[in-house]
Design a protein around this ligand. Structure first.
Ligand code: DGY
Length: 318
């Protein structure tokens, strides 16, 4: 049994892969394999362990006649053509659960940093602009007791609500399903998306990317938001129409945005977002704690090994 692993993983995970597969081919570089390289590498493998940067579509699957499992080291799997895998009998796994709290921590950190101008203030100090304490210098909105709108009350949205509750925020949520736990524990109120957008001081996105959520927040939705509101996205970039967001920020229709994800990643240095002062931009680090990334790698390794051995995956998709 042969497996291809598209990036070097923590040793804890590699041990599992090496114990479960006879031959393990690991892509040794920092950057992902290119298209041609991926097509070649999958030709003779039973298992593929990939990251969200690897596009696994029907062509890749056709180039991998022996493939039994695609194991993704992430909870989101919009880079994988899951129906194409299913139709070929290829199992697909992801890594839910283990990254929930870490990702909510980061989303809340982005909210705090954007509202309280942490990055701007630090830059101000470092570049020698700090001359005196001044009444309204670098002031932003309060977070405590403000209204937070959570779009997508899944597990990460729920943990975001827990954090917001600690700050005594009022919580609204829009979701495909009612979440009684969020309502009972944090006083969250289920509303429709338009109401959430027009009533919230902060809006945080926690939806997966799929056909329904692509460009969920576009020009119309941004226009519904308060001019003082701040938008936080730690889910997937294409959930927001990025050019519409840039226009809204440029025209002052929105106070700011904290973004960990983008339509194109890495964010090109020529992107207009980089010229805006009222945004905090991070390089997709929502789950980036040492413990969480290690747990994700271990889970992905366990899915991979189960799949190549023809066993049910610990965390299957679908
Ligand atoms: C995921 O898991 O989908 C994140 O985007 C990376 O942790």
């Amino acid at each position: 049994m042969k497996a291809f692993v598209t990036r070097v993983l923590p040793e804890e995970a590699m041990k599992i892969v090496r114990a479960g597969a006879e031959i393990v081919d690991v892509w040794p570089h920092e950057l992902p394999p290119g298209r041609e390289e991926l097509l070649t590498k999958v030709a003779d493998v039973e298992g593929l362990l990939c990251l969200l940067t690897d596009k696994i579509d029907a062509d890749i699957l056709s180039a991998a006649p022996r493939l039994k499992v695609v194991s993704q080291m992430a909870v989101g799997y919009d880079n994988i053509d899951v129906p194409a895998c299913k139709s070929r009998g290829i199992a697909v796994g992801n890594t839910p659960g283990v990254l929930t709290e870490t990702t909510a921590d980061l989303a809340f950190a982005l909210l705090l940093a954007t509202a309280r101008k942490i990055v701007e203030a630090e830059k101000f100090l470092r570049q020698g602009d700090w001359q005196t304490w001044s009444p309204m210098l670098l002031t932003g909105p309060d977070i405590h007791h403000a209204t937070l709108g959570i779009v997508g009350m899944g597990s990460i949205g729920f943990e975001m609500a827990r954090r917001a509750h600690g700050f005594e925020m009022e919580i609204l949520y829009a979701s495909t399903r009612q979440n009684s736990d969020a309502e009972n524990h944090f006083g969250a109120k289920l509303v429709d998306l338009d109401t959430l957008l027009s009533s919230s001081d902060f809006v945080s996105l926690h939806t997966p990317l799929n056909a329904t959520t692509r460009n969920l927040i576009g020009r119309r939705e941004l226009a519904l938001m308060k001019r003082t509101a701040i938008l936080i996205n730690s889910s997937r970039g294409p959930v927001i129409d990025q050019s519409a967001l840039i226009k809204a920020l440029e025209k002052g229709k929105l106070a700011g945005a904290g973004l960990d994800v983008f339509e194109q990643e890495p964010l090109p240095l020529s992107d207009p977002l980089l010229t805006l002062p009222n945004v905090v931009l991070l390089p997709h680090i929502g789950s980036a704690s040492i413990a969480t990334r290690t747990r994700m790698a271990v889970l992905a390794a366990e899915n991979l090994v189960a799949g190549i051995q023809g066993k049910p995956l610990p965390n299957p998709i679908g």
